[in-house]
Design a protein around this ligand. Structure first.
Ligand SMILES: [Zn+2]
Length: 482
């Protein structure tokens, strides 16, 4: 069976078309053309803004012209991931969707149900002759997956309205009402050096095997930060050994909890054996502390390394002190939503060059003023320790509003249609809604969608039955908004 035979057919027809048009982030022109053609064909007003976001406008059903103005929103880029060894070019090749039991999947690549189903639903809604609705718009943003670029540069005109329905979430039966904003900060220390003494042994201490994970969604799961653990181990070791640091490197992304970190050290040869024993003992202490939350940590010593200079003693002492003591992890839990992390910070990357040591951190909070306070606190901490503070970029959060009128309505509509209760959640990660809220603070917003598993990976799949229910829910909600 082809996916175009699935129900609702209008939605799946658009989704199949979207799969045929290449649309990785930054290459959304094809989808935009498709939407433009759709608008032309259906006599719907179409416009674009300077960065390539698109908008469709459908006038209200007669008699509903003064009802609340609704904006449906989805992003038109997808994450291009394929299984290794797959010959597939995301710039030219069509995604190959297929039905596997209750799910639609793609052959060896991401499917793009994130957010292709949202786009297809909005288009199907725009051409649905049966639909009863107030003033209705659909907006389509670019480059969501690579930094929320479309949303950050969205024309404010696109957000004129009363209610925004974000169609980009991935859990059926769940409504999202909040997200975290983020600030990326970098701290740069001068790395004063001296020549390595001769007749010392050089060793690379490798801390690996931690689980890592998303620095927002998984920050409260008790996982180890490889950089901080390694620093703690080294700081204890220098108390008993003439150990000198040449470099510390670890982590790869500000938004991932670092899984691995490496320290290049030297020490007198006669201390080598004892140091190995000591490091093993210190590593055991860390492994016990992590427990079941992060059971795979390993510390290994590699001998085949070579370097000609080491950090000055004072630089080394200060650096280890900073790494061990810097604020990190969950800073505050939400008081209004159970189990939601409100504010956190992640030390994601450390990189040593010949003359600098650079740390990259990411602060998140659903409350913008709390995030700002945390950034100030971090900046003070690092600048007192002698670092230059560099602020990279930041984006606002979406503070949950449990009294949102559209939330109440969606809960009622959901109960009427499916008899169960809609669950309500906020997430500790960035969504486009945070940015929209900043552009138009009056918008009443909510995010919901079908059931999508393993987005951003070649295992991405969407539950067929959930797509139909998502569509019904959206139709019924539009009818009930008054
Ligand atoms: Zn998405």
């Amino acid at each position: 069976m082809e996916i175009t035979a699935l129900s609702p057919q209008s939605l799946w027809k658009h989704f199949a078309a979207i799969c045929r048009i290449p649309h990785p982030s930054g290459h959304e022109a094809g989808i935009r053309e498709y939407i433009k053609g759709f608008a032309h064909h259906n006599g719907i007003e179409y416009c674009e803004d300077a960065v390539g976001n698109a908008m469709l406008i459908r006038p209200a059903t007669s008699g509903r012209e003064f009802y609340p103005r609704v904006i449906m929103q989805s992003h038109i880029d997808m994450v291009p991931q394929k299984n290794s060894g797959t010959a597939f070019d995301f710039l030219t090749d069509a995604i190959q969707p297929y039905i596997d039991g209750n799910w639609v999947k793609a052959a060896c690549t991401t499917l793009g149900a994130d957010n292709g189903i949202g786009i297809a639903a909005a288009l199907a809604m725009m051409e649905d002759k049966q639909l009863i609705h107030g003033p209705l718009k659909a907006i389509f943003t670019v480059e969501e997956e690579t930094g929320l670029t479309g949303a950050l540069n969205l024309s404010p005109e696109f957000l004129q309205g009363d209610i925004l329905l974000n169609l980009d979430s991935e859990e059926e039966g769940m409504a999202f009402i909040g997200c975290a904003g983020g600030s990326r900060t970098e701290y740069v220390f001068n790395c004063d050096r001296e020549p390595s003494p001769i007749n010392h042994v050089a060793i690379r201490v490798a801390l690996t095997g931690l689980r890592g994970g998303h620095s927002g969604m998984e920050i409260n799961l008790g996982r180890g930060n490889a950089i901080i653990i390694l620093a703690r181990i080294l700081q204890d070791a220098v108390k008993s050994f003439d150990l000198r640091l040449a470099a510390i490197n670890g982590g790869s992304l500000d938004n991932a909890i670092p899984r691995e970190a490496f320290a290049d050290i030297i020490l007198p040869p006669d201390q080598e054996m004892e140091l190995a024993v000591m490091l093993e003992k210190l590593a055991m202490r860390e492994i016990e502390t992590l427990g079941e939350n992060d059971p795979g940590m390993k510390l290994t010593l590699l001998k085949d390394v070579d370097f000609c200079s080491i950090m000055e003693k004072e630089t080394q002492t200060d650096l280890l002190k900073v790494l061990v003591n810097c604020p990190n992890g969950v800073i505050k839990m939400s008081e209004s939503i159970p189990n939601l992390v409100e504010t956190s910070t992640n030390l994601g990357v450390i990189k040593t060059t010949s003359d600098l040591i650079r740390l990259t951190c990411l602060q998140r909070s659903s409350c913008d003023s709390e995030r700002e306070q945390l950034v100030t606190r971090m900046n003070d901490f690092f600048s007192q320790a002698g670092a230059d503070v560099e602020r990279k970029n930041s984006y606002p959060g979406w503070q949950p509003n449990t009294d949102s009128p559209v939330l109440g309505l969606l809960q009622n509509v959901y109960r009427d249609l499916f008899e169960g209760a809609l669950q309500v959640r906020a997430i500790h990660a960035g969504l486009e809604c945070g940015i929209f809220r900043n552009i138009n603070p009056k918008l009443d917003m909510i995010s919901f969608g079908p059931e999508i598993r393993s987005p951003h990976s070649p295992d991405e799949q969407v539950l067929i039955a959930s797509v139909e229910r998502f569509y019904q829910l959206l139709c019924a909600l539009l009818r009930r908004i008054d």
